[in-house]
Design a protein around this ligand. Structure first.
Ligand code: ADP
Ligand code: MG
Length: 209
């Protein structure tokens, strides 16, 4: 499908995409949307700038249960900058839904984050170290998680977050759909996918749109 109108997105989401100036889905978006809508795990390899954030963000936001008050989505990013960037884009896509996205990363007040996490939160976007701190301290409720996204997996492993990512995934006891995105793939990433994904579909997109 080549238009956002071809999917059953709510008016609020179509309006937000229009405001963002997104006229039609990029290739990676039209490939990932149907997989997420049918709750399938996916490994996405495409180059920087191909629109991977919106590829997972749009369908996941469309599928949120707005009556649930604790996080339904956990997005892990290798850096604080990326966490903020993903948070920003998700915020814009969900702006007319009153979407609440909480960024969680280190070197800022733990207490303030703890307080935010007690408020209504739909999505947590964070770096592995601080997310794991909240899990270990019992200050994040992951009992409603339905979607897990590992963004920039190659960077994640390059930085050395492999063990923390494993520990985080091990601590989630609900069944969840997992999406992993990366510009490049390697054996470590494939091993993680093998361990945590259920028969994933592999998407590789070469050009932008
Ligand atoms: P990637 O994660 O693949 O590097 P991003 O998700 O950061 O790519 O997207 C790259 C840029 O493209 C961002 O500025 C984003 O706002 C923009 N973008 C994403 N989807 C679309 C779309 N469907 N139409 C136009 N621009 C888009
Ligand atoms: Mg990206």
């Amino acid at each position: 499908m080549t238009n956002f109108q071809d999917y059953n997105f709510d008016e609020e989401i179509l309006k937000a995409l229009d405001k963002l100036g997104y006229q039609k889905p990029t290739s990676v978006q039209s490939e990932l949307f149907p997989l997420l809508f049918s709750h399938q795990d996916a490994i996405v390899k495409s180059k920087t700038g191909s629109g991977k954030t919106a590829a997972f963000a749009i369908p996941i936001i469309q599928m949120l249960d707005w009556s649930v008050r604790t996080p339904q989505v956990l997005v892990l990013t290798p850096t604080r900058e990326l966490a903020l960037q993903v948070r920003e884009e998700m915020f814009h896509i969900g702006r007319y839904k009153r979407l609440k996205v909480e960024p969680i990363y280190g070197q800022v007040s733990y207490k303030a984050q703890e307080k935010q996490l007690q408020q209504r939160t739909h999505i947590v976007v964070g770096t592995p170290g601080r997310v794991l701190d909240h899990i270990e301290q019992g200050t994040i409720d992951l009992s409603e998680i339905e979607y897990v996204v590992i963004d920039e997996a190659d960077e994640m492993f390059a930085i050395g977050f492999e063990e923390q990512v494993n520990d985080i995934l091990d601590s989630i006891t609900t069944p969840y759909v997992m999406t992993l995105l990366s510009a490049t793939l390697n054996q470590n990433i494939e091993q993680l996918c093998k361990r945590y994904m259920d028969n994933p579909t592999y998407i590789e997109v070469e050009q932008d749109s």
